[in-house]
Design a protein around this ligand. Structure first.
Ligand code: HEM
Length: 261
């Protein structure tokens, strides 16, 4: 028979493990821990997580379908334009003597230049198409009615700003096509009632097309309109979060029918 060992004096007993001591911590867990700690640090000082939850975890009406993704798709197209635009701006020179050459250099000699320029150029058409489809969705679903009229008006401003981006960006490569297409576009603007002539004068930066026109289009394309778009998209999304989205009209019609019975 084996006798039990005598008890070990407390001083000689191994110390109890501290929490986390002795376990092998994986590097990935450490990275995760650091991420959580950073977010916690910021949140403790700003309470921003409440705002993020308010924006992201919303109830959506029954019947929400793929057509409701067109607004987010427009937002994604805008973000893609912003990112690719920053890279293009690193090589583009907005002067009438160098604009064409800097665009040619960017396209033919810079690593992935043609790809990024292609993304920006095609992305511009994609954004215009998506914004129109999104507008059609909100129109046919009756989402412009009370209490969302203000969001519809903001949407109209967003549509104008999006088209202004496309129009002003078209001139920037300063090749024959972009030059003459813009001359036609500015002349069409000039035929508008009352404000037309002032608008075309403003866009040209005088009576003739020249270096001021290109600088002006560049400033509008790079600073003025993107600033307006960011502010308006912010207001648009605030109202979407505040008011929620509209249920599809066929479901609303059913509810109304039930109410009358
Ligand atoms: C840069 C352009 C735009 C962006 C990024 C954008 C973004 C969004 C997003 C993310 C939503 C919520 C999801 C959805 O319903 O699709 C939304 C809703 C809405 N948008 Fe836009 N939008 C833009 C342009 C427009 C335009 C041109 C109009 C109309 C003239 C418009 C009118 C509305 C309305 C009325 C709603 C509320 C929809 C509802 O309650 O069901 N938006 N937008």
């Amino acid at each position: 028979m084996k006798l039990p060992l005598p008890p070990v004096p407390t001083a000689l007993q191994p110390k109890p493990k501290r929490p986390g001591e002795g376990e092998r911590v994986k590097p990935l867990d450490q990275v995760k821990e650091a991420g959580v700690a950073t977010v916690d640090w910021v949140d403790e000082r700003t309470s921003l997580s409440g705002a993020a939850r308010w924006v992201m975890f919303r109830k959506v009406p029954k019947g929400t379908n793929w057509f409701y993704t067109l607004g987010s798709a427009s937002l994604f197209a805008f973000l893609s334009q912003a990112v690719t635009g920053v890279f293009l701006a690193m090589y583009y020179d907005p002067s009438i003597t160098n604009a064409y050459e800097s665009t040619r250099h960017l396209t033919n000699e810079i690593f992935l230049g043609e790809f990024v320029r292609g993304m920006h150029r095609w992305g511009s058409s994609v954004m215009v198409i998506l914004v129109f489809l999104h507008m059609a969705r909100t129109f046919f679903f009756g989402a412009y009615k009370y209490p969302r009229e203000l969001n519809w008006i903001i949407g109209v401003v967003l549509l104008i700003l999006t088209m202004t981006m496309s129009f002003t960006g078209y001139l920037l490569p300063f090749d024959q096509r972009s030059y003459w297409a813009t001359v036609v576009g500015v002349n069409i603007n000039g035929t508008g009632p009352m404000v037309g002539p002032f608008l075309s004068d403003f866009l040209r930066g005088g009576a003739e097309f020249g270096s001021t026109t290109l600088s002006r289009f560049y400033a509008i394309h790079m600073l003025l309109v993107p600033g307006g778009l960011i502010a308006m998209i912010g207001a648009h999304l605030y109202l979407v979060t505040r008011l929620g989205t509209t249920a599809p009209p066929w479901l609303r019609a059913k509810t109304a029918q039930k109410d009358t019975v």
